[in-house]
Design a protein around this ligand. Structure first.
Ligand code: CMX
Length: 136
């Protein structure tokens, strides 16, 4: 892994929670976008050395809607920045890590993403996030 790219935080509403991050904590909003492949709307916030990714469910289906229903709002995942995501996925599979998809999926900001099952990562949902060639 190269470095932590962002921390994903599940929220019921970006419109409601963004004020806390921008005005109370004094952080900077970078971008808001919808990621249909993950059924979420996301807001990226500049937190200095990493970004925070607020994740709001789009509708009642999808991982974030289910997470909030079961656990409430809060930290959802940690994303490592990687290059050559397919090779990283193959290496992790060989080491016995359970990945949640066979192929990378399109994620926010044009990145290719894949997730590691929390059951094989000691209770943490990790994301691999490959922005090679995307200018970040
Ligand atoms: N962090 C840690 N553990 C988690 C978790 C999370 N975010 N979400 C679920 N779990 C745990 C649950 O606690 C549960 O553990 P127990 O069996 O001990 O109770 C187990 O994983 C299974 O959880 P579940 O509620 O039954 O949910 P599902 O199996 O339906 O799905 C998961 C869990 C992680 C496989 C699913 O959420 C997934 O595929 N996630 C990857 C995609 C994703 O999260 N997308 C949203 C982010 C999009 C983005 O960043 O753009």
């Amino acid at each position: 892994m190269q470095k932590v790219d962002h921390v994903g935080i599940a929220v019921k509403s970006i419109d409601v929670s963004i004020d806390y991050y921008i005005h109370t904590l004094g952080l900077t909003l970078l971008a808001v976008e919808e990621v249909p492949s993950q059924n979420v709307r996301v807001a990226f916030i500049d937190a200095g050395n990493i970004k925070l990714e607020l994740l709001e469910p789009l509708g009642e289906d999808g991982a974030i809607a289910k997470f909030i229903e079961k656990r409430g709002e809060g930290v959802h995942h940690i994303a490592f920045g990687v290059t050559d995501i397919r090779s990283r996925m193959a290496e992790l599979r060989e080491k016995g890590v359970q990945l949640l998809q066979e192929e990378p999926k399109p994620g926010a900001g044009g990145a290719d993403v894949a997730f590691l099952h929390p059951k094989s990562s000691f209770g943490v949902l990790y994301e691999l996030c490959d922005k090679s060639g995307k200018g970040d």
